[in-house]
Design a protein around this ligand. Structure first.
Ligand code: HEC
Ligand code: HEC
Ligand code: HEC
Ligand code: HEC
Ligand code: HEC
Length: 468
């Protein structure tokens, strides 16, 4: 008997020596021995985006933390929020096409687009070999599919813990009227944007996905405004069910580029406060046309955010022999990809005005001047339609929607247009007319959209670029 135990022990010992890895991973479930916990790779105080927001506990007085739950009492804020890019940060076709690429750290992408713990079916707890492309995850028993679909929902910005570690709502004023506990800290609430819009550390992917820093741009321009001052301006509405009358409240619209994520977005954008973010003008004399553009209202560069964005300035002239010609200028960053390298940046700084001049030879009888704020060029939009491995569990109908992308996804919004004729002089289009033309993109193939493939056009000669 003793011998038998000895032999068994020797066999186990020998097995352990030969297959330690197998023994640890399969019998002891100790995979984490070769793994890096997240807080070793990312700094929890400066790189919050690598960690999920706790959302299992519901504040006292509430039935849930979904936007739908908040809407029972905050209907008007809910209605504003529900039309935003934030509410659609998961279903966004471009996002879905991008995360389906194999070389992307999908869990990290999702961390900014669906950052609540209960929005995640699986939770990343560590990394294999310190590699962000090899997350070690475990299933989440508190996964809530309906909450997931709300993407950047109320709880992302408002759900916190109070000093007794109880779930509470972060608010700017500390209202005593609310049925739920409120932690009053306006500064902290206004700073929530930084988590996602100004990530710190090393860029996530060699191709710079979502690595933008508008706060640095603001600081370098000595702007004192915060993101919320400009992106959540005050409007007048009933803050809650307890409000007897409308009061001044922060707009939950976040219009930004004013390029909606679906064509339907154009139907409401005027009511949500669309005003073109730039000013422009033009002038014609016998020997030249001058066009202007100015970054009127933004404290950061324009365009900002995603480096693919640009303004397309398009001047189309018609001479007395009915010959038309098109002249364009592009304002934005220029990058080489794989890996990313910046090779140009002619964006407009805050309040900067820029002037372009077109020398004239023949006699011009009419011209039009258009400025398109462009999210994505036609070629890259075309690549999106080829996306493989799209995840129907994250966004239903996604495969079908990607196939008819050109009918669903606006690439640009017209910010300015004027028409000049000899008889009528200059006529500027109003906001509604600009939006109607933006909507018309739906009927035009990507490759034929005039702003979408600027590289194919001759450029407008640039004359002055002055900071004013
Ligand atoms: C992206 C972050 C974000 C999201 C998402 C968000 N809020 Fe807010 N909310 C804020 C900020 C920031 C303020 C405070 C602005 C200020 O006054 O300083 C605010 C203010 C409020 C206020 C105070 C009253 C007011 O209007 O000024 C209420 C109530 C409120 N939010 C409810 C909601 C509800 C309900 C939702 C979801 C339908 C929601 N919020 C989604 C960031 C957010
Ligand atoms: C049962 C009704 C009810 C529900 C549900 C509810 N709230 Fe409130 N909330 C209120 C009332 C009432 C106030 C006080 C409004 C006032 O002062 O005019 C309030 C105030 C707030 C404030 C402002 C706090 C401050 O600093 O003054 C925020 C932010 C807020 N709620 C967010 C939320 C969010 C997010 C949800 C969903 C997770 C939610 N509320 C769900 C009734 C509700
Ligand atoms: C949890 C991460 C997160 C937080 C917090 C957050 N945002 Fe966003 N924001 C996003 C993402 C992701 C998008 C783009 C979604 C898309 O395009 O699919 C976005 C879009 C926007 C846009 C629209 C950009 C455009 O393309 O026109 C604006 C403006 C904006 N956010 C401002 C803010 C402000 C202001 C705050 C703070 C009150 C804030 N965001 C907080 C992640 C966040
Ligand atoms: C002084 C006002 C102002 C401040 C401060 C400001 N923005 Fe903007 N922002 C704008 C305007 C105006 C636009 C519209 C630009 C356009 O049409 O492209 C814009 C556009 C954007 C966009 C869309 C990208 C683009 O260029 O189209 C994002 C995202 C954004 N802002 C985020 C932020 C964040 C995050 C902060 C804080 C760090 C911030 N903004 C601070 C005025 C401001
Ligand atoms: C640190 C937070 C963060 C991470 C991580 C992140 N994103 Fe984003 N993403 C944002 C924000 C903020 C915006 C909106 C920026 C803007 O409009 O300027 C955005 C916008 C986008 C957009 C829309 C771009 C546009 O022009 O409308 C796509 C697509 C996208 N993200 C894909 C990804 C992918 C793929 C990953 C993973 C490789 C990823 N994101 C990781 C914060 C993040």
């Amino acid at each position: 008997m003793k011998k038998l135990i000895q032999i068994t022990l020797i066999i186990i010992f020998a097995y352990l020596c030969i297959y330690p890895q197998w023994f640890m991973t399969n019998l002891l479930n100790l995979d984490s021995i070769s793994s890096t916990p997240l807080h070793k790779k990312f700094n929890p105080s400066t790189q919050q985006y690598a960690f999920l927001i706790e959302s299992n506990k519901i504040p006292k007085g509430l039935t849930g933390v979904k936007a739908k739950d908040c809407s029972v009492c905050h209907k008007e804020i809910y209605d504003e929020w529900s039309q935003t890019t934030h509410a659609h940060a998961l279903s966004d076709l471009q996002f879905q096409a991008e995360i389906s690429k194999k070389d992307n750290p999908k869990w990290l992408c999702l961390n900014c687009h669906i950052p609540l713990k209960s929005q995640r079916k699986n939770i990343t707890v560590a990394l294999k070999n310190n590699d962000i492309l090899k997350p070690i995850s475990k299933p989440n028993p508190h996964f809530d599919k309906a909450l997931q679909q709300e993407a950047i929902t109320c709880a992302v910005c408002h759900l916190v813990k109070d000093k007794n570690n109880q779930a509470a709502i972060l608010g700017p004023k500390g209202s005593k009227l609310s049925p739920h506990p409120v932690v009053k800290d306006q500064k902290r609430l206004q700073n929530v944007c930084i988590r996602c819009h100004q990530p710190s550390g090393d860029q996530l992917t060699p191709n710079l996905l979502c690595w933008f820093h508008p706060l640095d741009e603001l600081k370098s321009n000595q702007s004192k405004d915060s993101c919320v001052d400009c992106h959540m301006p005050k409007n007048s509405k009933k803050i809650s069910i307890a409000s007897l009358k409308t009061t001044s409240s922060s707009a939950h619209h976040w219009l930004g580029s004013a390029i909606p994520k679906t064509y339907k977005g154009y139907d409401t954008i005027l009511k949500r406060g669309f005003t073109p973010s730039i000013t422009a003008s033009s002038n014609i004399t016998t020997n030249k046309i001058t066009v202007n553009i100015q970054n009127k209202d933004s404290g950061h560069h324009l365009p900002s955010g995603d480096p693919e964005r640009y303004f397309a300035l398009i001047l189309t002239t018609q001479d007395n022999k009915n010959k038309t010609s098109t002249h364009v200028a592009r304002i934005g960053q220029t990058w080489q990809w794989d890996p990313a390298k910046k090779i140009g940046d002619n964006r407009l700084k805050p309040h900067e005005a820029r002037e372009f001049e077109l020398p004239l030879k023949g006699s011009i009888i009419s011209y039009s001047y258009e400025i398109w704020n462009t999210r994505l060029n036609g070629q890259n939009a075309g690549y999106m339609t080829l996306a493989k491995g799209l995840d129907e569990q994250l966004a239903s109908n996604i495969n079908q929607d990607i196939k008819q992308l050109h009918k669903l996804y606006p690439l640009a919004t017209l910010m300015y247009k004027e028409n000049y004729t000899k008889n009528n002089g200059v006529i500027k289009l109003n906001s509604q007319q600009l939006l109607d033309l933006s909507k018309d993109q739906k009927n035009i193939a990507f490759r034929d959209r005039i702003y979408a493939n600027l590289e194919n056009f001759p450029s407008m000669p640039r004359v002055t670029a002055s900071d004013k």
